[in-house]
Write a protein that binds this ligand. Structure first.
Ligand code: SF4
Ligand code: SF4
Length: 90
């Protein structure tokens, strides 16, 4: 029996995003890009919900939610697997 893949949404507060590229660089799945100086989820279906982007953003400009949920996944950094390697630099 195959496990259903979870889907995630990216809540982006464009006014807070300064286009620093940190989230883009840390995303292990290359989901994010900068577009006109703001972050944009170009490949949302590739997102694994690791929240690396959310926790690394210095401006709280991006938040990850499970699709269909109005609630944030939380901001507990201890839940994040920091061993996941960013692919953007490879
Ligand atoms: S939650 Fe993880 S996989 Fe999804 S966009 Fe953020 S860093 Fe990338
Ligand atoms: S880390 Fe934050 S401020 Fe920097 S590009 Fe990403 S969302 Fe924007």
């Amino acid at each position: 029996m195959s496990e259903q893949k979870k889907a995630f949404e990216h809540v982006i507060r464009e006014r807070w995003c300064k286009g620093c590229n940190i989230c883009v660089a840390f995303c292990p799945k290359q989901v994010l890009v900068l577009r006109n100086g703001k972050v944009h989820a170009a490949h949302p279906d590739q997102c694994i919900g690791c929240r690396m982007c959310e926790l690394r953003c210095p401006d709280f400009a991006i938040e990850i939610r499970e699709k269909g949920s109005a609630e944030s996944l939380g901001r507990d950094a201890s839940e994040v697997d920091y061993a996941i390697k960013p692919e953007a630099h490879q």
